[in-house]
Design a protein around this ligand. Structure first.
Ligand SMILES: [Fe+2]
Ligand SMILES: [Fe+2]
Length: 192
C-alpha cells in the first residue's frame, strides 16, 4: 500500500528507542521540513493550479504535526535545537530528473516516498513504545496522516502525467529510496 521497495531492517525501532531524545528533535525537524517543502512547491509552480489547494492543506497539517512534536518535547523537558540532518533526503532527491515536467513529477514522488517511509517507521515506533502512552499515541495518531500524505502526493503526480508512467517511475524511485536508506549511516534519525 505504501509502495516501499524494502521494509525497515529489524531492530531499527529498538535502536531508536535507546536515543529517543535525538529522534524526537529530528522528528520535529522532519515535520517542519515537510511543511516547508510543500510551501516551496507553491512558490516554484504557481501556474500548476491543481497543486495549490492540496499543497496548502498539506503544509498546514505538517505545521500542526510540528506543533504536536514541540509539545511532546516540552512535556519531556527537551529543547528544540539544530541537528545535523540525515543525508537521506538529499541522496534521495539526487534522482530527480532536472528537466521539467519530469522534475515536478519526480519531486512529488520523492515526497510520496518520504511520507511512506515516515509512516512505516512511525508504526514501528508506536509498537516499540507501547509502554509510553504519550509517545505511542503521538506516533499512532500521526502515522495515518503520513499514509494519507503518501497517497496525496502520488495522486498529484498522476494528475500531471499518465498514471502508468507515474506508477512505473514510482517503482524505480522506490528502489532508489531503499538503496539510499541502506547506504545511510546509522544515526538517531527517523530516516537513517
Ligand atoms: Fe507530518
Ligand atoms: Fe506528512
Amino acid at each position: 500500500v505504501l509502495n516501499l521497495a524494502a521494509p525497515t531492517a529489524p531492530g531499527w525501532a529498538t535502536r531508536m528507542r535507546a536515543q529517543l531524545d535525538d529522534v524526537l528533535v529530528d522528528h520535529a525537524h522532519c515535520e517542519k521540513k515537510a511543511a516547508s517543502t510543500a510551501v516551496s512547491l507553491l512558490f516554484r509552480y504557481p501556474e500548476r493550479t491543481t497543486l495549490l489547494a492540496p499543497l496548502a492543506a498539506l503544509a498546514r497539517e505538517e505545521l500542526t504535526h510540528f506543533e504536536q512534536v514541540l509539545a511532546v518535547l516540552a512535556a519531556r523537558g527537551l529543547a528544540f535545537h539544530r541537528q545535523v540532518p540525515s543525508p537521506y533526503a538529499a541522496a534521495l532527491t539526487k534522482a530527480i530528473d532536472p528537466q521539467e515536467p519530469a522534475r515536478l513529477v519526480d519531486t512529488l514522488l520523492c515526497m510520496a516516498l518520504i511520507e511512506a517511509r515516515s509512516c512505516e517507521r512511525m508504526k514501528l515506533l508506536a509498537d516499540a513504545l507501547a509502554d509510553d502512552p504519550l509517545l505511542a499515541s503521538l506516533y499512532g495518531g500521526l502515522l495515518a496522516s503520513e499514509a494519507r500524505h503518501h497517497h496525496a502526493y502520488v495522486a498529484l503526480a498522476e494528475a500531471l502525467a499518465p498514471a502508468a508512467t507515474v506508477r512505473a517511475r514510482l517503482r524505480e524511485l522506490a528502489v532508489h529510496e531503499a538503496a539510499v536508506l541502506a547506504a545511510t549511516p546509522p544515526m538517531a534519525r527517523l530516516h537513517a
